[in-house]
Write a protein that binds this ligand. Structure first.
Ligand code: 5RP
Length: 219
């Protein structure tokens, strides 16, 4: 199976976590695009979706899915999103699509985070994928120096402005052995809007697509 087919497989499998007439949080990315397509095609009636990006909002609206603002809901039963890396405990790196801040906000509303990913995303230790960090632009040089002290090399993602008007640093060379401690530390640095380590908002379930079909990991 191609990677695209694996993404479609887990996007379809995620439908089992969407309850009829309830709300769903929807992430961002090529895997989530497959979930959105599957949701629209399923005919499943939902109360509405809370979106983590303008990209997903536009896709859902075009397919007739009702989209609510985050501020209109108190909580969500489930949040479906992809990941750039996920480890054996459900900790993730996210933000490859620059939507990490809104993704964390929507994940924070959700009772269950269901990660959908192809098997290439499963890692032993987070950090091989360049860590996305949304920042306030004036802090870029200062934050680059801070990451260098941790052994990381931060590069500004050229030409990218997030849905919130922020910039993205991509940090290579990190080995994130304690995701909770790392997220807590980097969150304190002035100028950081959101760090792309999802440890406090980790996945409870991961639907992993591989040659043998969909494997369900629970954490
Ligand atoms: C976007 C994300 C995505 O979930 C992550 O980049 C995975 O994307 P894809 O499904 O296209 O591989 O965090 O900010």
């Amino acid at each position: 199976m191609t990677q695209d087919e694996l993404k479609a497989l887990v996007g379809q499998a995620a439908l089992q976590y969407v309850r009829p007439d309830s709300l769903v949080g929807v992430g961002t990315g090529s895997t989530v695009d497959k979930f959105i397509d599957a949701l629209a095609a399923s005919g499943l009636r939902i109360a509405g979706a809370v979106s983590s990006s303008n990209r997903s909002t536009e896709r859902m609206k075009a397919l007739g899915i009702r989209v609510l603002e985050a501020g209109e809901v108190d909580s969500l039963p489930v949040y479906i999103d992809g990941a750039d890396e996920i480890d054996g405990q459900g900790f993730m790196i996210k933000g490859g699509g620059a939507a990490l801040t809104r993704e964390k906000i929507v994940a924070d509303l959700a009772q269950t985070f269901v990660c959908i990913a192809d098997a290439s995303k499963l890692v032993g230790t987070l950090g091989r994928f360049p860590l996305p960090v949304e920042i306030i632009p004036m802090a870029a040089a200062q934050l680059t120096r801070r990451f260098a002290k941790l052994g990381g090399e931060a590069r500004l993602r050229a030409g990218v402005v997030t849905d919130n008007g922020g910039h993205i640093l991509d940090v290579t060379g990190l080995s994130i052995t304690d995701p909770l401690a790392f997220e807590t530390e980097v969150n304190q640095w002035p100028g950081v809007v959101t760090v792309g380590v999802f440890a406090r908002h980790k996945a409870q379930v991961c639907l992993l697509g591989g040659a043998d079909g969909v494997r369900t990991l629970t954490f």
